[in-house]
Design a protein around this ligand. Sequence first.
Ligand SMILES: NC(=O)c1ccc[n+]([C@@H]2O[C@H](COP(=O)([O-])OP(=O)(O)OC[C@H]3O[C@@H](n4cnc5c(N)ncnc54)[C@H](O)[C@@H]3O)[C@@H](O)[C@H]2O)c1
Ligand SMILES: O=c1ccn([C@@H]2O[C@H](COP(=O)(O)OP(=O)(O)O[C@H]3OC[C@@H](O)[C@H](O)[C@H]3O)[C@@H](O)[C@H]2O)c(=O)[nH]1
Length: 343
Amino acid sequence: MANNGENQTTTKPPPLPSPLRFSKFFQSNMRILVTGGAGFIGSHLVDKLMENEKNEVIVADNYFTGSKDNLKKWIGHPRFELIRHDVTEPLLIEVDQIYHLACPASPIFYKYNPVKTIKTNVIGTLNMLGLAKRVGARILLTSTSEVYGDPLIHPQPETYWGNVNPIGVRSCYDEGKRVAETLMFDYHRQHGIQIRIARIFNTYGPRMNIDDGRVVSNFIAQALRGEPLTVQKPGTQTRSFCYVSDMVDGLIRLMEGENTGPVNIGNPGEFTMLELAETVKELINPEIEIKMVENTPDDPRQRKPDISKAKELLGWEPKVKLRDGLPLMEEDFRSRLGVPKRN
Ligand SMILES: NC(=O)c1ccc[n+]([C@@H]2O[C@H](COP(=O)([O-])OP(=O)(O)OC[C@H]3O[C@@H](n4cnc5c(N)ncnc54)[C@H](O)[C@@H]3O)[C@@H](O)[C@H]2O)c1
Ligand SMILES: O=c1ccn([C@@H]2O[C@H](COP(=O)(O)OP(=O)(O)O[C@H]3OC[C@@H](O)[C@H](O)[C@H]3O)[C@@H](O)[C@H]2O)c(=O)[nH]1
């Protein structure tokens, strides 16, 4: 453990935003780019940002794991724009804020093309930082609890440097995000860019891909299809699950606040995967079987955020308990899978 407070110092003033921002007669909207905005968290973030009539939202997404469907209510709206764009290529637009989410998040997708995952995290983040520098925008990176690897400290505070395998099958994502964080701080120190880093812990909610492969979506889809819940061994590994509306609230507070982060954003309620399976079974389908299956390499054994920093600096803490969030996700999965609720 080490204190990383000194990382926030910068020698440079931030780059100036467009002269229009200082123009007396031009009251433009806040132009906000959301990369990865067609994905699960991104599309909920877009919904929230669009509620503010002073925001213009631009989504850039390559649709690798996201979909236009998640944004269909905004397509054609005068304050909304959707661009098919891969962040590994430069993007030349004019914006005031950048929420940089673009990156596959489910292990089965980020491991599918690991070299592309690294490029997305490294070149993609470089490109977005380059954009932030040119236009004087503030940029927020959605980093991850995976930067702590298989943590040896529990719960994990932001000061913990982590325990990550640099050559494992998850490294493309874990190390990719760690480099992305490094780039953010180097651009901050070297060029004065205004940065924000959120370390997101496992998040769930409506609109997750049904075959996303992450545990909550797997269990809900399995329970609704009448298939056994596949608990990966040993089943005693833990995670802490945050409902998506709480996550979006935390991200916006971080962007709007004065602190660079990194800040953990997650729900500290901690569950073993067996407990999660039992809860899904009880709430959705008590007849379902729970089946133990093989795990994948380097699966972290425990994970729980220390959210003292988010509470103190952002006045944020999650509101939705797992037992209240799961039924909201169940409703969405039922309608997409065409499985009506039994009385
Ligand atoms: N959901 C979680 O539990 C969680 C936890 C920690 C961190 N995060 C981070 O939050 C962000 C969003 O995660 P999510 O759960 O919404 O995942 P998601 O897979 O639903 O969304 C990711 C989006 O990024 C897009 N994308 C991927 N590669 C791209 C590229 N090269 N160029 C442009 N777009 C690209 C995808 O098409 C998708 O729309 C990711 O950065 C992820 O690492 C998520
Ligand atoms: O069907 C399943 C799927 C997963 N699991 C277990 O559930 C736990 C959580 O696995 P997930 O695939 O949902 O997600 P992980 O916690 O491993 O990684 C996630 O962490 C944070 C984010 O950055 C990413 O969204 C993702 O990498 C693991 O221990 C896994 O072994 C099951 O028991 N059964």
